[in-house]
Ligand binder design. Sequence first.
Ligand code: C2E
Ligand code: MG
Ligand code: MG
Length: 484
Amino acid sequence: MTVHRESPMDRPQDSSRLERRLERERRARLRAEAIAEQATRQALHDPLTGLADRTVFMDHLTVALAASEQHGRSLAVLLIDIDRFKLINDSLGRDAGDELLVAIARRLSRAARSVDTVSRLGGDEFAVLCLDVPDRPTAEEIVARFSAAVGETMRLGSTEVVPSASIGVVLASDLGTADAVLRDADAAMYEAKRHGKARFEVFNEAMRTEALERLETESDLRHALERGQFVPYYQPVVELDTHAVVGVEALARWRHPTRGLLAPREFIPICEETGLIVALGRFMLERACSEVERLGLRSRSDIPLKLWVNLSARQLAEPDLVATVAQALTAAGRGPSTICLEITESSLMSDFERSLANLESLAELNVGIGLDDFGQGYSSLSYLKQLPVDTLKIDRSFVSGVGSDRRDTAMVAAIVGLARALGLTTVAEGVETPRQRDELRRLGCDLAQGFLFAPPLPAEAVEELLERGLPAPPLTSAQAARAR
Ligand code: C2E
Ligand code: MG
Ligand code: MG
């Protein structure tokens, strides 16, 4: 073993060198630690909002679940999804979208208590882990606080927006794994969206079953089109004055191999979410045009039946919509004026500019455009002013009370009057009783469809109905007087 002895001569110089070296090393170590800490923080925090990311959230949730199991401490998980975020991103740009997310993050952090973990899971989805939530009323108070924070008006550039969120809540006592909790929160959030957004739903078991069914439906749907399981049904549209069938509305049905014939509400929303609606919409258009033509369906005076087809939001904003419609008509050998495409206020919301451009091109081709469920939304009148519409379909919610409810009757009268003044055709939807029919006729509504005349039917059944014809309407009092 060698021991190096320092000579008394060089000691002061050596010791200061050593100190300097130690200091350098200490600084280097601190720097390395700071870099490592920053890297960890960056890796575990969402870079845009600075909130905890999914990994941190799941870690906290796992720890909290273990604690809740051991000590019986209750907790709640909130899954918060910003409503119509895509609309903001698409219409105001990504920077505005980012600005909104940062603002929401700040608001959620402000509304949280010190024991809560607020995180951004990705996209426009945030999650909050709330500890010590003893019961549902407390959870509801917490949710109300977060909703209010999200919903404060804000400015994005020159646009004022009022954000809202759909919130899925899981209240915990016997919770299972962090993954299972988040999945349940997701199912509850989906319910909140489905019930009209800007609201919350607390998870229950039925939602889990529904979520499973939805998953199954989604995977079945992917094959349904190629397996030929979709069929158009056709609901006759009749002239109120004569009961002549002048057209049909094509309505999609799914012949499910085990669940039987399914109505659109069972699959259209999922098709819209997954984008399958574009392919389904194209199929409906092509099949309905060719089928109505193949059967040679004609109305009373040998005029081809008018065909009404529903368009979805996604279809309406598709760049090749006009070409698709033109092709379907050419392939079936039908003229453009024999078809009327139905749009709704909500289908216009996703990309108004592109939808408007498509509608204008279609109108130039002489294809009819109808406003479906008219009166149900908020801006029906402003759309009526801007769009090249030729038909108004009066929403069933007004038709149901016509002739019995004073307000419904007044609304329908006003809509018919407005349509007349603008030279548009009116169609009443969902006519179920002779009383509704008589009143609609008295008010001057042109056409109607509803179970009173015929439900949606397979093509062959429509053919039979056309041969048979519908019984004529009763004479109006004026007609009866004239006949006497
Ligand atoms: P919609 O276009 O407003 O269609 C009218 C709905 O009212 C149809 O429901 C029809 O069966 C129903 N209906 C007709 N008469 C009566 C009646 O007298 N009383 C009542 N209570 N209901 C009546 P359906 O077939 O379930 O379709 C629901 C919705 O699904 C349609 O509403 C439409 O928005 C959508 N849809 C259907 N087929 C398609 C499609 O091919 N593409 C798209 N994008 N949407 C479709
Ligand atoms: Mg319709
Ligand atoms: Mg409708």
